[in-house]
Design a binder for this molecule. Structure first.
Ligand SMILES: Cc1cc2nc3c(=O)[nH]c(=O)nc-3n(C[C@H](O)[C@H](O)[C@H](O)COP(=O)(O)OP(=O)(O)OC[C@H]3O[C@@H](n4cnc5c(N)ncnc54)[C@H](O)[C@@H]3O)c2cc1C
Length: 311
């Protein structure tokens, strides 16, 4: 139960059921079921709002009652510790509509960015091809300024709607989000992304599809997609490639518990055999220390680690 007594927990549960539909509030939800790594403890509350207004009301409630909340997208860039997350985890899977108007594609933040890129293809719109294999949500992609093969969200985002930390629905231009290599100011501002509008260019269906097929082939042949993982663990250090440094440090195949530095792509750490988050984090640190020792380079994590240590 931790910091939250039973009475308090019931009070929060009842209040959350006033804000979002009853079936969209879960208690003690196993987060590993929502994460690409298949690792991590439980969330006290796991809610899936179905309107922007519900999100606004959750934010206001969280502020008034001092109950923290955490956003969880598709869980493809997150490691959640084995002790789980206290307070409310918000997942926007019910807000997944994608539409288009003129040369724009408008996607709610719970939609998968992969689906937005295929939707753009169907509209003969070019610009989102790079995202056709990134397994995150639109919200997670903005938060991370996700990118691949020379493209990134920054190139195509026009504006977003967010719920700010006061609970207001606010429009933010792309230029106001400080989008940079795998970062944005979304965490600093405490914004929840609810919708994104992408500015695209009319193109030829076959040409757009050919680019997407090529990127899919490259991804499938290079990445160990057969095991749970969180993608590239580290950012590209200036002047180097993380994968090459790890490979040259002879770290591929190294294991701690059930976690392994992938033999197929050195930048990935895979959950090969029932790893715990503790194994996974220990292996990340081992890689960082070894590369620092051998090459004097600091590997900065791209993947985010959140949650509590086990009691
Ligand atoms: C096999 C594999 C391949 C990958 N390839 C790439 C790649 O090519 N390029 C790349 O950039 N990334 C890649 N990734 C990483 C990942 O897919 C991206 O970082 C993605 O943008 C994360 O989105 P998500 O919805 O999964 O976010 P999550 O992992 O759920 O969350 C990431 C962060 O975003 C926050 N967040 C999520 N939704 C919202 C929201 N609506 N509002 C505010 N904050 C929010 C979360 O709180 C968290 O801090 C890969 C991952 C895997 C597993």
């Amino acid at each position: 139960m931790g910091m939250m007594g039973m009475d308090n927990k019931e009070k929060i549960y009842n209040k959350l059921m006033d804000i979002v539909k009853e079936e969209n509030v879960k208690v003690d939800e196993m987060l590993r079921d929502h994460l690409y790594t298949r690792l991590g403890g439980k969330a006290d509350f796991f809610i899936t709002p179905s309107t922007y207004e519900e999100i606004q009301n959750v934010v206001k409630f969280s502020k008034e009652e001092d109950v923290p909340f955490t956003l969880l997208g598709n869980g493809s860039n997150l490691i959640i510790k084995d002790g789980g997350i206290r307070g409310i985890v918000i997942n926007l899977k019910h807000l997944d509509k994608i539409s288009s108007e003129g040369n724009t594609v408008v996607a709610q933040s719970g939609a998968r960015i992969i689906d937005a890129s295929y939707y753009a293809l169907e509209q003969h719109l070019s610009g989102l091809e790079f995202a056709c294999g990134i397994p995150g949500t639109v919200g997670g992609a903005l938060y991370m300024n996700a990118g691949a093969y020379g493209g990134e969200i920054k190139d195509v985002l026009d504006y977003a709607f967010v719920v700010d930390k006061e609970g207001n629905l606010v429009k933010r231009l792309a230029s106001e989000l400080d989008l940079d290599y795998r970062t944005s100011n979304i965490p600093d501002n405490g914004d929840i992304v609810v919708e994104a509008t992408f500015n695209l260019t009319p193109g030829n269906y076959e040409d757009i599809k050919a680019v997407m097929d090529d990127l899919t082939y490259k991804r499938e042949s290079k990445q160990p997609l057969e095991y749970p993982s969180c993608g590239s663990v580290f950012k590209r250090p200036p002047g180097y490639f993380a994968g090459k440094l790890i490979q040259d440090s002879k770290l591929q195949g190294t294991t701690i518990g059930g976690a392994e530095v992938s033999t197929k792509h050195a930048g990935f750490i895979v959950n090969k055999d029932n790893a715990t988050t503790t194994d996974y984090i220990a292996l990340i640190e081992h890689v960082q220390n070894t590369v620092k020792e051998k090459f004097g380079v600091d590997l900065e994590r791209e993947v985010r680690i959140i949650g509590e240590d086990p009691e």
